[in-house]
Design a protein around this ligand. Structure first.
Ligand SMILES: Cc1cc2nc3c(=O)[nH]c(=O)nc-3n(C[C@H](O)[C@H](O)[C@H](O)COP(=O)(O)OP(=O)(O)OC[C@H]3O[C@@H](n4cnc5c(N)ncnc54)[C@H](O)[C@@H]3O)c2cc1C
Length: 420
């Protein structure tokens, strides 16, 4: 891959945060001919931070894979994880409500462990010789008009033409851009995921199931080798910190989850019983992010979760972060930074807002992602109505053949198209 000289005046960028958004934007900028350096608060690489137990399982959607393809990095994902060929919806009674297949001719959604994905993308950035500085927590940044100077907690400074905040849900750059920017808030649920080493339950043959449990939501996939993965959103009125969740202990959480799913006639009780406490990932409190109205100021801009964190059940966090990272690099390749930031926002905001609307829990939400993001499961009446209508609605909505993801998944970026 050869980097090409950008038409714009931006030559250098500081990327704050070495998560997936940070690594992807650094690689995309490199492809656009802009020198990017990544500054990450952790002093260790993803695989040295506790393996998959830190991240839990997640899916990377076709649109995310297509964004990586635009920067010649699609193989980082296709080489890991397991294909998810359809989304199945079940009620607590075990009844199959619907099965939704993705649109044809797209890369297959893949189930990956978050840390493995992060590690694979980091390794690819290193292979492309992107400088990654670890143990660098950004404290503040000064826009001098001619450039940006960042200051880190170890007292060091770094300078570049622009600064990109890819520093996640609790972004420091977000408050530097707008001190009144909103902060994430507790969504009334605790999220748990686990890798089940061995279960006697049959393979779901590529289908990822979402179950509308009586008291909580449960998602699972059983792989052909007899292993499985599941996630559960457990309603919990009081917010708990990650440390408080962990202090309760995995054995106790598995017991409480077992109680929450005891009435469900889905694989949830068996999969919970098959889970070893050391394989439970206590992801902690589920948080949602109100819309962030200001994405950029001067020479600083936000991408990924710092700008638009999705609910974990949207299945779009990584994919939207990757799309945004690639689009920002394309804009900076073709335009001076002020115009590039505006072009980026007009390309990205309508899409991000539409997906947010589609996947955020509201009383009238219809999508599976939005329903599973709601802290309170439906009551008996709504449950009966949903279970009666959903099989019909998904067939009608898909034009006779129920479709999963459709407009969300089909998004493709043309790297060679000029941004005007
Ligand atoms: C439980 C859970 C389940 C999820 N499931 C899915 C799913 O199924 N599909 C999906 O697509 N997405 C999912 N997501 C979301 C997804 O993980 C993120 O959207 C995606 O990883 C993009 O993140 P990011 O790079 O913007 O931020 P992050 O991954 O949070 O990375 C930010 C980085 O910035 C660093 N940092 C923070 N502050 C500073 C600072 N001041 N200075 C320097 N560095 C700093 C952090 O250490 C971190 O490495 C899930 C998230 C959670 C929590």
């Amino acid at each position: 891959m050869t980097a090409r000289t950008p038409a714009s005046s931006t030559r250098t960028a500081l990327v704050i945060g070495g998560g997936i958004a940070g690594m992807v934007v650094a690689m995309a900028l490199h492809k656009a001919g802009i020198e990017a350096r990544v500054y990450e608060a952790y002093d260790s690489r993803p695989s040295d931070r506790g393996g998959s137990r830190l991240g839990g399982g997640m899916t990377i959607a076709p649109n995310g894979q297509q964004a990586l393809e635009a920067i010649d990095a699609a193989e980082t994902v296709s080489a890991i994880g397991t294909p998810v060929t359809a989304l199945g919806l079940r009620s607590w009674t075990g009844r199959h409500l619907a099965q939704l297949a993705p649109p044809a001719d797209l890369p297959t959604t893949r189930f990956v462990w978050r840390t493995e994905l992060h590690e694979a993308i980091t390794a690819e950035a290193e292979r492309r010789e992107i400088p990654i500085h670890r143990g660098k927590r950004l404290l503040d940044a000064t826009d001098t008009g001619a450039g940006v100077t960042a200051r880190f907690s170890d007292g060091s400074l770094a300078k570049a033409d622009i600064l990109i905040g890819a520093d996640g849900l609790r972004s420091t750059v977000r408050s530097l851009i707008d001190p009144s920017a909103p902060k994430p808030h507790y969504a009334g649920m605790l999220t748990f995921t686990a890798r089940v080493q061995k279960t006697e339950l049959p393979s779901t043959e590529g289908v990822l199931y979402m179950c509308y449990g009586k008291r909580a939501y449960f998602g699972y996939q059983i792989f052909d080798d007899g292993s499985a993965a599941w996630f559960a959103n457990l309603p919990h009125r009081e917010p708990m910190t990650q440390a408080e969740v962990q202090a309760v202990g995995a054995g106790e959480w598995l017991k409480r989850l077992g109680e929450a799913f005891t009435d469900d006639r889905t694989p949830a009780p068996d999969l919970l019983a098959d889970t070893a406490p050391e394989d439970l990932v206590t992801t902690g409190p589920t948080e949602t992010m109100p819309p962030v109205h200001t994405w950029s100021r001067g020479r600083m801009i936000l991408i990924g979760d710092a700008a638009h964190a999705m609910s974990p059940t949207s299945g779009q966090g990584v994919s939207l972060a990757s799309e945004g990272a690639v689009e920002l690099a394309r804009c900076l390749r073709d335009l001076p930074h002020g115009k590039a930031f505006k072009a980026y926002e007009s390309l990205r905001r309508p899409r991000v807002d539409r997906i947010l609307k589609h996947t955020t829990a509201t009383p009238t939400a219809t999508s599976a992602a939005a329903r599973t993001a709601a802290p309170k499961p439906a009551g008996p009446f709504s449950r009966a109505l949903r279970d009666a209508l959903l099989p019909v609605a998904t067939k009608v909505g898909g034009g006779g053949g129920a479709v999963w993801g459709a407009w969300q998944f089909e998004h493709r970026i043309d790297w060679d198209e000029r941004v005007e």
